[in-house]
Structure formats: structure tokens, C-alpha cells
Design a protein. Structure first.
Length: 140
């Protein structure tokens, strides 16, 4: 398996874990020194970034049945470092009925190979995809 294929496989597993609400599997893709630069938010590092991400995932799953889909437009590998860029859509179906909402974002991630040989995300930056439906639709 090429490094690009390995990263794409990690992304696919992350999507499945997100859709299942499996935080334990989701967090395995995040490096210990993760830096989250989500659009419209302060930069968070390490444990603070993990906690922020987890709170967003838990909020989405508490109030809705979310479905994540990701389109990877590019994956480039440079030795033990890589980046990917693409877009994502989270469909939020309210648990108690009501209008379905969407989160649509573009992202850029930097990956590094861990000492154990696993690819993990160490930097994340995302923003509105221009549709006007970014974090505003995220359950609070």
C-alpha cells in the first residue's frame, strides 16, 4: 500500500467512526501535538484541540443523526510528512424531527507518520466552502 493509499484509508476509517459516533476510533487519527485552526474559532493545541473536537462531535450526535462525507481533492506525501485538502459535508438530521441542516467546509490537513508508523493529523485548518453553511449549522 502506498502512503497516499494509507492516508486515504485512515480518512475512510475516520468517516465510518464519525458516522458511528465512535470517539475512541476518531481520536486515533489525531496526533498528540494536534493544532486545530477551525474557521471562526481560536487556535487550540494538544489536549484543548482534542476536547474542542470531541465537544463538537458529541453535540452533533446528541441532537441529530449526523452523516459525514468527505471529498479528498489532493493528497501529497513527502517522506514522513503529508498534506491533504478537500471538502466535507455533514448532514444533520434532527433526532426529534425538523429541518435537516448541513455543515459544508473546505479543509487542509498536515499529516505526519508516528513512531509506530501510523499516519496522524497534526494540523487542521478549515473554513466555509462559500455556500454560507459552515459552522453556523453546527449544533450548539
Amino acid at each position: 500500500m502506498t502512503d497516499e493509499s494509507a492516508i486515504r484509508a485512515v480518512v475512510a476509517d475516520f468517516i465510518a467512526a464519525y458516522n458511528a459516533g465512535d470517539w475512541e476510533r476518531m481520536q486515533q487519527v489525531l496526533a498528540d501535538d494536534i493544532v486545530d485552526m477551525s474557521g471562526g474559532s481560536v487556535t487550540r493545541v494538544g489536549q484543548a484541540a482534542r476536547e474542542f473536537f470531541r465537544s463538537r462531535v458529541e453535540a452533533a450526535h446528541a441532537r441529530s443523526r449526523p452523516t459525514l462525507s468527505v471529498s479528498l481533492d489532493e493528497v501529497q506525501v513527502f517522506g514522513d510528512w503529508a498534506f491533504d485538502r478537500g471538502s466535507l459535508v455533514v448532514e444533520l438530521k434532527p433526532r426529534n424531527g425538523g429541518e435537516v441542516t448541513y455543515i459544508r467546509q473546505r479543509f487542509l490537513e498536515i499529516w505526519k507518520r508516528s513512531a509506530a508508523g501510523r499516519w496522524q493529523v497534526c494540523r487542521i485548518m478549515d473554513n466555509d466552502d462559500g455556500s454560507g453553511h459552515a459552522g453556523a449549522d453546527l449544533p450548539k
